[in-house]
Design a protein around this ligand. Structure first.
Ligand SMILES: *[C@@H]1O[C@H](CO)[C@@H](O)[C@H](O)[C@H]1NC(C)=O
Length: 248
C-alpha cells in the first residue's frame, strides 16, 4: 500500500479508534515483527555517525529505513553558534545523527547511502532548499572514518570532473538535537502509521527504531526491498481486519 492511500482508510481507522475500547491491543501487535529484524544491542555497542545532506527531514527518512540503524535524530551541527534553533541556526547545517549497530551496517555503507541520497555537487543547497544550512558534510570521528570519508569523496569526484563535489569533511563536534516538531517529521504527517505503532509519546517516538523505519517508509525513501517489506507488514495488518462497527 502506498502512503498516498492512507487517506482513504483514515476515516475508517478513526471510527475504529473511537468505537473500539481494545484498539491498543491491536495497535501494539504491529511493532514486534519489524523491531525483531535486527535485535538491537545495548546502547554501549552502538556507534554514532552524523551527516548533513540538505533538509534534515529528508535525511532522517533516508537513513532511518536502513537495517542496522537503531535510532535517528535530526539536529544542527558543523557550526559554532551555541544552542541553535530552527529559525536561528547560525552557521550550522541541518544534520542527522544516526546510531547504528556496527554488526549490521558500517560507516562505509552509510557513506554509500550518503552519496546516493543527495547531489553533492550542488552549491549552496539541495533542490528547492537554498542556503548554507543545506550544505553537504560528512562528520568524522577518528582516523578510520577520516580515511574512509576522504577516499569515498575522491571516488565520487572521479565519477565526473565537470563539476566539483562540494562536500566538506569535518571533525564531529557538538550535535544539537532539533526541536521535537522536526523529529520523525514525515511519520508525524501520517496519522495512520502513527496509530499503527500505538501513538507513541514524543520521547518514545524519538528513540524508537520502528518509528525511524516508518518515518522513511512514510516518505517513500526506503530502499525498494525495505519499502516493500514494510508494505507487506502493513497490508497484513489491514488484511487481518480491523474491527468494524457493522450495526448498532
Ligand atoms: C568518537 O569515537 C570514540 C571512540 O570510538 C567514542 O568513544 C566517542 O564517543 C566518539 N565521539 C563522538 C562525539 O561520537
Amino acid at each position: 500500500m502506498k502512503p498516498s492511500h492512507f487517506h482513504h482508510i483514515l476515516s475508517y481507522i478513526i471510527l475504529t479508534i473511537t468505537l473500539t475500547p481494545n484498539i491498543t491491543t491491536l495497535a501494539i501487535r504491529f511493532p514486534n515483527p519489524i523491531s525483531q529484524v535486527t535485535g538491537n544491542p545495548p546502547d554501549q555497542f552502538l556507534k554514532t555517525a552524523v551527516f548533513s545532506l540538505g533538509s534534515f527531514w529528508r535525511a532522517e527518512s533516508v537513513f532511518g529505513c536502513l537495517d542496522g540503524v537503531v535510532r535517528t535524530t535530526v539536529g544542527y551541527a558543523g557550526g559554532s553558534k551555541s544552542n541553535p534553533e530552527y529559525r536561528s541556526l547560525g552557521d550550522h547545517a541541518e544534520s542527522v545523527q544516526i546510531e547504528y549497530d556496527p554488526r549490521v551496517i558500517n560507516f562505509r555503507q552509510l557513506l554509500e547511502i550518503f552519496w546516493s541520497s543527495h547531489d553533492s555537487r550542488q552549491v549552496f543547497g539541495q533542490g528547492p532548499d537554498v542556503g548554507n544550512q543545506y550544505r553537504s558534510i560528512i562528520f568524522i570521528n577518528g582516523t578510520d572514518e577520516s580515511r574512509l570519508a576522504a577516499s569515498s569523496k575522491e571516488r565520487e569526484q572521479t565519477k565526473s570532473r565537470s563539476s566539483i563535489v562540494t562536500t566538506q569533511i569535518q571533525q564531529l563536534g557538538t550535535f544539537y538535537p532539533a526541536e521535537p516538531e522536526h523529529q520523525k517529521f514525515e511519520l508525524k504527517r501520517n496519522p495512520f502509521l502513527l496509530q499503527l505503532i500505538g501513538n507513541l509519546a514524543e520521547e518514545e517516538l524519538e528513540k524508537s527504531s520502528l518509528a525511524a523505519k516508518l518515518n522513511g517508509y512514510a516518505a517513500e525513501l526506503c530502499p525498494p526491498r525495505i519499502q516493500s517489506r514494510i508494505d507487506g507488514k502493513v497490508n497484513e495488518i489491514i488484511r487481518k481486519g480491523w474491527p468494524i462497527l457493522r450495526d448498532v
